[in-house]
Design a binder for this molecule. Structure first.
Ligand SMILES: Cc1cc2nc3c(=O)[nH]c(=O)nc-3n(C[C@H](O)[C@H](O)[C@H](O)COP(=O)(O)OP(=O)(O)OC[C@H]3O[C@@H](n4cnc5c(N)ncnc54)[C@H](O)[C@@H]3O)c2cc1C
Length: 471
């Protein structure tokens, strides 16, 4: 029988598998995806948010624990567990040496990468290179890996893990780590979680999934049905406004539209609906998916003029272009009269200031609702550009409740051989909101804890088994 079974094949699972193996356990990792699609959402990532008290290789200045914590507190509106959040933050200061030993390389951020040179360490080659490095290292250390291995059920006994099932196949282990992602790829579940809005629409029907199609939430549902303690609200997720032309799954990072704070955003009725300049884009990009989801038809349009070009990472597909505002409206399928009215009203409300996209500048509107509080400049310079936006789900926050041991809990009692990491428990730290790079910080911290604990649990079971046999 294997010591530690790891279910999942992304960052959290790989961190757990590597730590368990380093602690001397035999490890089997089951990845639902085929080899070519291994790595879950982690393959799409670019960086990890890291605490540091002084400049470190690719990280400039300092990003102390307290500032990281305050950022998290702000974006979650207090829906976070301080103890677990601080644990993640502290781990993020020390994990990179270990990551490097397993083949992960870092690079300075490219220009235009969301103002994060201070706070986020970028993976050389992105998340795909990170997961490839971890798989290589895991194989070299003797971790057994099976692809096309979607676990559909577990056998539990009094809160203890006994075996996992893939159809009729039964796989026993002394301890288990669940790291099988959220339920973001399960469109039916998203539909149920978001429900019907006041217009009678089912918003989730128009969502696109930015990452893997394999995070169907099968084990999350199984565990919740089995009575595991839960955390988080099923309708909360990381949800970004992305290019409406993106594919249903795996569009990845390049489908994001990053020019929102440089212009205005209107809905299908050509009306603005939120302050596009509320805060720096990295702190706000993750609210625009939900905002778009709340608009009629779950669609919105990001509008800029020629002045914005070159100030943001250009999307892969060019936007719709026109030489006049009404023509742009027409080409986007908006009522040109209503659209022109909205832009005119906005332009008239812009108060001249000193435009500076790197600070919360003094260019704002006056007497306009909703206001644009920074970077407000008239949209008056042709050519004009428009990008249709849809909600793009990154990952869901409903998960299993844990403490600092990463143990799955039943009625507050921690299991002694079943652990959870990554998206399946991220809701303990992220009740809502997001700040760039924290997903990988959570998965790395708790993946490593879960792997170490699972190895120790397997050794305990081993010893107890040997004592029983000797008695
Ligand atoms: C486009 C995109 C960009 C992102 N960029 C960043 C970033 O730069 N920084 C950051 O911190 N976060 C980023 N995130 C979020 C980040 O991807 C997640 O927080 C993190 O990868 C979660 O890791 P995980 O191991 O829990 O899940 P995943 O990496 O999604 O892994 C889950 C794994 O479980 C497998 N699985 C699912 N069900 C089963 C089953 N029943 N049996 C067996 N295996 C199963 C899946 O195939 C997959 O391999 C991004 C996400 C996306 C989609």
């Amino acid at each position: 029988m294997v010591d530690v079974l790891v279910i999942g094949g992304g960052n959290a699972a790989l961190c757990a598998a590597l730590m368990a193996r380093e602690a001397g356990a035999s490890v089997l990792l089951l990845e639902a995806a085929p080899r070519a699609w291994r790595g879950g959402n982690s393959q799409h990532t670019r960086n990890l948010r890291c605490m540091h008290d002084a400049p470190q290789d690719v990280l400039v200045d300092a990003y102390p624990e307290e500032e990281y914590w305050q950022d998290l507190l702000k974006v979650t509106g207090g829906q976070t567990d301080e103890k677990l959040a601080r644990l993640v933050i502290r781990e993020s200061a020390t994990c990179r040496g270990w990551m490097r030993r397993h083949g992960v390389n870092f690079q300075p951020p490219l220009s235009g990468a969301l103002h994060v040179a201070r706070t986020n360490a970028f993976f050389m080659g992105g998340g795909k290179a990170l997961v490839n490095a971890y798989y290589r290292s895991a194989e070299a250390l003797g971790v057994r890996i099976r692809y096309d291995a979607p676990v559909d059920a577990l056998e539990l006994e009094g809160g203890r893990f006994k075996a996992a099932r893939i159809g009729a196949e039964r796989i026993e282990a002394r301890a288990c780590v669940l790291a099988a992602g959220g339920f973001e790829s399960n469109r039916e579940w998203l539909r149920e979680a978001w429900g019907q809005d006041e217009r009678g629409e089912w918003p989730a029907d128009n969502f696109l999934i930015r990452g893997t199609r394999y995070n169907q939430g099968v084990l999350l549902k199984f565990m919740l049905d089995a009575g595991a303690d839960r955390i988080g609200d099923p309708s909360q997720s990381h949800c970004v406004a992305i290019d409406a032309r993106a594919p249903l799954y795996d569009g990845g990072i390049c489908t994001r539209i990053d020019c929102v704070s440089l212009g205005v955003v209107v809905n299908r009725e050509a009306r603005r609906f939120y302050d596009e300049g509320e805060d720096f884009w990295p702190k706000r990009y993750a609210i625009w998916g939900r905002l778009t989801a709340m608009q009629p038809g779950q669609i919105a349009y990001s509008i800029i003029d020629a002045k914005a070009v070159g100030r943001f990472m250009p999307p892969v597909f060019p936007g719709v272009t026109a030489d006049s505002v009404p023509e742009l409206g027409r080409r986007l399928g908006l009522d040109p009269v209503a659209f022109e009215h909205t832009i005119r009203e906005y332009n008239q409300a812009c108060r001249a200031g000193t435009f500076d996209h790197t600070v919360l500048d003094d260019c704002r509107t006056e007497g306009l609702a909703p206001a644009k509080t920074h970077w407000a400049r008239p949209i008056d310079t042709a050519p004009f550009y428009g990008y249709a936006l849809r909600p793009g789900i990154t990952f869901t926050y409903l998960g299993l409740k844990v403490d600092e041991t990463a143990a799955v809990r039943f009625d507050g009692v921690p299991s002694d051989n079943l652990f959870v990491a990554g998206e399946m428990m991220a809701g303990n730290v992220l009740g809502k909101g997001y700040t760039a790079g924290v997903g990988m910080s959570i998965g790395t911290a708790f993946g490593r804890i879960a792997g170490t604990r699972a190895a120790a649990a397997a050794q305990r079971t081993h010893r107890n088994g040997a004592q029983h046999a000797a008695a």
